[in-house]
Write a protein that binds this ligand. Structure first.
Ligand code: FAD
Length: 461
């Protein structure tokens, strides 16, 4: 049952919202804290594709991959980057040393709930090898929790919070009145109204689109002009083993010769699985990998995306990427596509027969097809050129049977105009994490939760 009023209402139970709650609870300056989560409790989250009940996404609502306690990170690979070099834009709004301090603090909290202490260190020999081919490897100390261990850590964090704050799952915040601070919540078909003295949006990518609409409705400025579009590449794991065994995750930038565009290789999953992701009903691809040996596959996969930055008057990069991804959904009969690189380069579709002949076996049942029918030429040219550049440091990357699952997009939420994470002209309403356009990783979203926690704790004094 909801109270009429709370000192703090947190919207979203992802890593950002959870770390915020942890910080508030540990300082004990607020008594009534409500955390409202649209998705299911962590232990009830189960994707029917992952459990093998269905072959393709049946668009569950809520989506058990993106929504629910633990947020989008609950079933992630649990790669935790101890760096501010990538993973978000917090250093745009704060001193990067401060951000790093919070990343370390979040890491310590996660370790206290069982996360591994083992880290992969940067490797200058591999960086030099890349530089010889105009490939630019970003370096960071990386932790790999693994999907299974990451899930356990999240479970312990949520269990710690239970009883200390009120957590309401399967509860969707449909509106917030910025003047009266009323929060409108739909739960089991009923609508509840609660008041929050302070309200924090920690809504992640799954809530970004509605948050943007809320900002527009309330004349709150938000800004975004970037989107990344590309494919999930799947190759035999031995192809990138000389990198993954040393640094776990190669993150490599390349500027294409043809267009001068930036492409990024990232989100590497060693001996992992390609998975689908549902964003507002549009299916895209992603990847993850388990730590347990018996759950590992023969393939590694990574995202290879081409960055597009738009200029005025165009302001809808997310809608643009969704339109591209929805073409792949349309062509595949409501799923995602897979094509062999050799077929793509030879201008022919991968069909069932050709896929059956592939030496690389897909870990996701994507529909064999033709990516050139849905992906814009520019992005596709960039991806093919980059695969050949990567092939120089990891021969085998641009093989005929290299599998390209598409479309993969990274939608970056519009950055809402804030001062110290308090939304401009919305006193006592804050925004953090991926959904507010500040972060795009577990580490920075976790740090952002702690930062806002410190701001709120100071205000309570
Ligand atoms: C498959 C996958 C793998 C990933 N792997 C990695 C990785 O290995 N390393 C890494 O650094 N990052 C990874 N990421 C990204 C990482 O998960 C996110 O950067 C991180 O979870 C962002 O945290 P957040 O708290 O901002 O948002 P989220 O974790 O997305 O949490 C937001 C929560 O808010 C809830 N919500 C949204 N709207 C409402 C509403 N109106 N009412 C109530 N609740 C609402 C959502 O249901 C969600 O649970 C991965 C993402 C995915 C999808």
């Amino acid at each position: 049952m909801f109270n009429k009023e709370y000192e703090i209402v947190i919207i979203g139970g992802g890593i950002g919202g959870l770390m915020l709650a942890y910080n508030l609870v540990s300082q004990n300056k607020y008594k009534d804290i409500l955390l409202v989560e649209k998705g299911r409790p962590l232990e009830s989250r189960s994707c029917p594709i992952v459990t093998g009940k269905v072959d393709k996404c049946i668009k569950c609502s809520p989506c058990n991959i993106m929504e629910g306690m633990g947020g989008a990170g609950a079933f992630s690979d649990g790669k935790y980057n101890i760096s501010t070099e990538y993973g978000g834009w917090l250093p745009d709004v704060m001193d990067s040393k401060e951000v790093l301090k919070y990343i370390h603090k979040a890491d310590e909290i996660l370790m206290s709930f069982g996360a591994t202490k083992e880290t992969y260190k940067p490797d200058n020999k591999l960086k030099k090898l890349c530089l010889q081919y105009d490939l630019h490897m970003q370096q960071a100390e990386v932790k790999h929790l693994g999907t299974d261990a990451n899930f356990l850590t999240m479970t312990k964090l949520v269990d710690y919070l239970k009883g200390k704050i009120q957590i309401e799952t399967l509860s969707n915040v449909v509106d917030v009145n910025k003047d009266t601070k009323e929060v409108f919540i739909k739960q089991n078909g009923k609508e509840y109204i609660v008041k929050g003295k302070k309200i924090v949006f920690a809504i992640g990518r799954a809530g970004a689109s509605n948050f943007r609409k809320w900002c527009d409705k309330n004349n709150i400025q938000s800004y975004n002009n970037q989107v990344d579009i590309g494919v999930r590449v799947e190759v035999p794991s031995i192809v990138w083993e000389h990198f993954s065994k040393k640094i776990y995750e190669p993150k490599i930038l390349y500027r294409t010769k043809k267009y001068g565009d930036i492409t990024r290789m990232f989100c590497f999953n060693e001996r992992g699985h390609v998975v689908t992701e549902n964003t507002d009903g549009i299916l895209t691809v992603n990847g993850h990998s388990f730590k347990q040996e018996e759950k590992k596959t023969e393939n590694s996969n990574f995202a290879l995306l081409s960055t597009s930055r738009f200029t005025e008057p165009f302001k809808e990069p997310i809608e643009y990427a969704k339109a591209v991804a929805s073409l792949a959904n349309m062509l595949s009969g409501g799923s995602v596509l897979v094509q062999r690189l050799g077929d793509l380069e030879n201008g022919r579709r991968t069909n069932e027969k050709r896929l059956a002949q592939s030496t690389v076996r897909p870990t996701l049942k994507s529909v064999p097809g033709d990516l050139s029918l849905c992906m814009p030429k520019r992005q596709l040219d960039n991806i093919i050129e980059t695969l050949h550049a990567l092939d120089k440091v990891a021969p085998g990357t641009a093989n005929h049977d290299t599998l390209l699952h598409g479309v993969e997009c990274k939608f970056y939420s519009a950055r809402v105009k804030c001062t110290n994470f308090e939304i401009d002209d919305c006193k006592d309403i804050y925004a953090l994490g991926d959904g507010a356009g500040f972060t795009r990783s577990l580490a920075q979203a976790a740090a952002n939760g702690l930062i806002v926690g410190d701001i709120l704790n100071q205000k309570a004094q």
